[in-house]
Ligand binder design. Structure first.
Ligand code: NAI
Ligand code: A1CAB
Length: 281
């Protein structure tokens, strides 16, 4: 990876830039960043990471090996149209936009260019994203490896078929929010039970981290690990009975299915929109 250009300078772009710089995968001098209008944001990224902020798209795209599209799905059409003249078949485009299909991007690029679609999550900010990527037909094995290396700077990477990315979005793209929701409930109950906020926070975070480490390192299934906490007639059994009565497992399943369905709906909406602007070849 010699030169990388970020189109979009928001939170996802910053998380990836900080990973690339910290892991020394790319020299900051070879990272260009551009955004829609916020000059101060580009200056701040320059100061923090040594990357080059520019408002000139042609300049930003010049000699880029990787172009990372980190804009909201609704801004993808305008973004693709603005970079289209500068896309070359030697480049690799990487999109992190939820629901945007590689075929839609190919339609606007109108060139046989490698396109990677990725679904990271916000834990990228602390180098702990669970990222899944898929590749289009023009992606070489070397480019695929480059994408894996890029996303490994912000966490773990799996390669999936593109049609699986909706499920990935519902599961791990949105996933941090489900866990934060659980923590919010744990904090509320701790407060009701008279624990001070600082003490509760430390206990909850370490409980989450410890359980995650157990899941990662133990050969036992989650069900076995759960049973090991649950003494017959004890506190866990009493608590879990309440969760079962509320069918909390069914609620989580329905939640992930609905998030996946929403990813599909967003994908259809944006691909219909982008199809109208596809350049005939
Ligand atoms: N927040 C999340 O949990 C996740 C978000 N994503 C995806 O990451 C993408 C970026 O999200 P955020 O960083 O949270 O967004 P953000 O709103 O923080 O940043 C978007 C950036 O795009 C720039 N932009 C908009 N239109 C542009 C244009 N025409 N040309 C150049 N730059 C333009 C904006 O100036 C801004 O810098 C989204 O597509 C989202 O679907 C992916 C995985 C997880
Ligand atoms: O909520 C969303 O649409 C984005 C995609 C995955 C996480 N956040």
């Amino acid at each position: 990876m010699k030169k990388i250009t970020f189109i979009g300078a928001g939170s996802m772009a910053e998380a990836i830039i900080s990973g690339l710089v910290a892991e020394q995968v790319v020299d900051p001098k070879n990272i260009n960043v551009t955004n829609k209008s916020n000059e101060a944001r580009l200056a701040s990224l320059n100061e923090k990471y040594g990357v080059t902020g520019t408002r000139n798209i042609q300049e930003a795209m010049k000699e880029a090996d990787v172009v990372l599209l980190a804009v909201k799905p609704k801004d993808m059409l305008a973004t693709m149209q603005s970079i289209q003249p500068y896309i070359t078949t030697e480049m690799m485009l990487v999109s992190v936009a939820a629901g945007v299909h590689t075929a839609s991007l190919e339609g606007i690029a109108a060139k046989e260019v490698a396109i990677i679609r990725a679904m990271p999550n916000t834990s990228a900010t602390v180098g702990q994203s669970a990222t899944a990527i898929s590749t289009n037909a023009y992606t070489t094995a070397e480019q695929r490896q480059t994408a894996i290396t890029l996303f490994e700077t912000i966490g773990s990477v799996v390669v999936v078929e593109e049609e699986q990315l909706d499920a990935v979005t519902g599961l791990s793209g949105s996933g941090p929010a489900y866990l934060y929701y659980l923590v919010e409930a744990m904090e509320k109950s701790a407060q009701d039970l008279g624990l001070d906020a600082g003490t509760a926070k430390q206990l909850i975070i370490q409980t989450m981290l410890g359980a995650a480490e157990m899941l990662k390192h133990s050969t036992k299934s989650p069900a076995t690990l759960r049973k090991e906490v649950t003494s017959p007639g004890g506190t866990t059994e009493a608590g879990l009975k309440v969760l079962q009565n509320y069918e909390v497992d069914q609620a989580f399943i329905a939640c992930i299915e609905e998030a996946t369905a929403q990813s599909k709906r967003m994908g259809k909406q944006i691909s219909d929109q982008l199809a109208q602007y596809a350049v005939p070849r």
